[in-house]
Design a protein around this ligand. Structure first.
Ligand SMILES: [Zn+2]
Length: 536
């Protein structure tokens, strides 16, 4: 196996890809190198920026260097001693409609020049392709994938099996299944560039998920043409391990300055909000006053620094288990990104939950009810509803007191002292659950389970009440309780819980108590429970 995973969060992973020219850590951006027009040399990409892997286009290399690249090797031609990946020319096919080489020649050439990671000449699906045309690209790409195994002569090259299908997600799924049946080392999602240029990140979510759900999870997934730092966190959270892009250079030629939240035209800027070696001592004016070549080079360098900085931040977030928070922050960069993030959370929450690690060192932040879609909260809801079996037939619902965790609070001790002394053995009949926001309902036994008392919460809003109401109703209706005692403190939540209890159809007793955790309140509760248990 060429891929080893070290850390995970959501569907993201930090991993290592091993090739014949060395290893590199993922998630990684492979800068696209075009030897004909290169603002930053491959040697510099390694020495000044620390890039361990780059990508170039085998078709362009063939046109420029022909057999010289086969004689000297791609690493010598580019002056790069790290990992060199090659794309096949499929993108040129998409843009110009045709390339004048065949799939066999492209395979042989990449082997001859010594690519570490090579790509078959796939047939990209266009954004405007009909379904029928898209299906053809899927089947033809799969056919070329099958041909590879009789064409190749070396076994030290990692081969990329591209997944096509474009916006037709069922075709993406079909393509992924066809390609995953072959022993490719890496897969790639083909033709998303136009989707990304049109800011259709929501479509991209469906495309990537359709591919991910049908590809072997132990193979890395490459996303072609994703080169903007503002969308790295989304792509990584979706399980993309590598990207390639020429955007850093193309944007630079066009005077566009990348930040992790978007792109700005240099002439519209008064300040450079960055402390990379390019920006730290310069102003936008300084850059605009320069000859174009020099400005392009410096802008390309800044753009690369911006990409690297964002990737480092993402890796740190994965390691700390707070990629959700990081993605939520980046999603605020553009409404299209937020739309995509919401789609990911709502449509694929369960898949995110299954991919996320269960152990987490840190507490979670709940900024809005949307955060109830996060994997930790879904996992709690799922386990409570599907797996939790309460002891006791009488459900006692109490408001969650201020201090968390409840089981280590004064209120906890006071409650147990009072109820034990009044109910004795009868206490075994009572099962205590606490109601509160943001989690709606927490059985005492689960009080210390992550994240139920390891969270920070920004305060109530409508969505929390709806969530709590659904949870309480579903929980009560599916448990073997015979009656419910609700201690209501008059709060909005207590009214919501009361309504949910009524809907569940169980016998309900409500005790109104403004200060339920006081000695007095608890003593009244104990009396009530004692009478109830005696009569039942
Ligand atoms: Zn900078």
């Amino acid at each position: 196996m060429c891929f080893e995973v070290k850390s995970r969060d959501l569907m993201a992973r930090i991993g290592v890809i091993e090739t014949k020219s060395g290893r590199f850590e993922t998630p990684a951006l492979l800068p696209v190198v075009n030897p004909a027009i290169q603002a930053v040399s491959p040697e510099e990409l390694r020495s000044a920026f620390g890039f361990e892997a780059i990508i170039t286009n085998a078709y362009i290399i063939m046109r420029h260097f022909g057999q010289e690249a086969a004689r000297r090797g791609i690493h010598a031609i580019l002056g790069f001693d790290g990992v060199v990946a090659t794309d096949s020319g499929a993108y040129q096919l998409l843009v110009y409609g045709r390339v004048d080489v065949g799939p066999e020649e492209v395979v042989a050439y990449q082997e001859a020049i010594g690519s570490d990671i090579a790509t078959i000449l796939d047939v990209p699906t266009g954004w405007t392709d009909s379904r029928e045309e898209a299906l053809k690209t899927v089947l033809e790409t799969a056919e070329r994938g099958r041909q590879l195994w009789s064409l190749r002569t070396r076994d030290d090259v990692l081969w990329v099996g591209p997944v096509q299908g474009g916006k037709f997600t069922d075709l993406v799924a079909l393509s992924a299944r066809l390609m995953s049946g072959m022993p490719f080392d890496i897969h790639a999602l083909g033709s998303p560039t136009l989707v990304m240029e049109a800011y259709r990140f929501d479509v991209l979510v469906d495309m990537i998920m359709a591919a991910k759900m049908n590809l072997p999870p132990d193979r890395p997934l490459h996303l072609f043409g994703a080169g903007h730092p503002m969308m790295f966190s989304l792509a990584v959270a979706l399980g993309c391990d590598t990207f390639d892009s020429a955007a850093y250079a193309i944007y630079a030629r066009d005077g566009r300055y990348m930040t992790e939240t978007g792109t700005v035209r240099l002439e519209e800027m008064n300040y450079l909000p960055c402390d990379c070696p390019v920006c730290v001592s310069r102003s936008p004016e300084d850059l605009l006053d320069m000859p174009k070549d020099e400005r392009t080079r410096l802008l390309a360098m800044h753009n690369l620094y911006a990409c690297l900085r964002e990737l480092r931040a993402i890796k740190e977030a994965i390691r700390e288990g707070r990629l959700w928070e990081h993605l939520a922050l980046r999603a605020r960069s553009h409404p299209s990104l937020l739309k995509a993030f919401k789609k990911l959370a709502r449509d694929y929450g369960k898949i995110l939950e299954r991919s996320s690690p269960t152990s987490r060192r840190k507490g979670i932040f709940i900024f809005s009810s949307f955060d109830l879609h996060r994997p930790e909260v879904l996992r709690y809801r799922e386990r409570l509803l599907r797996c939790f079996i309460p002891r006791g037939r009488l459900l006692l619902l109490m408001p969650y007191p201020e201090q968390k965790p409840f089981s280590r609070s004064e209120e906890h001790d006071r409650l147990f002292r009072t109820l034990l002394s009044r109910l004795g053995e009868g206490w075994r009949e009572v099962h205590l659950c606490l109601y509160g926001l943001p989690f709606g309902l927490i059985p005492l036994e689960l009080d210390q389970v992550h994240p139920l008392s390891q969270y920070e919460f920004s305060g109530p809003e409508e969505g929390f009440y709806t969530w709590a109401s659904d949870l309480v109703e579903e929980y009560i209706s599916s448990r073997p309780y015979t009656l419910v005692v609700l201690v209501s403190d008059g709060s909005r939540l207590s009214l919501v819980v009361r309504e949910a209890c009524v809907k569940s159809g169980l016998e309900l007793h409500v005790i109104e108590e403004a200060d339920p955790w006081s000695e007095d309140g608890l003593s009244k509760l104990a009396d009530y429970l004692a009478r109830l248990l005696a009569s039942a």
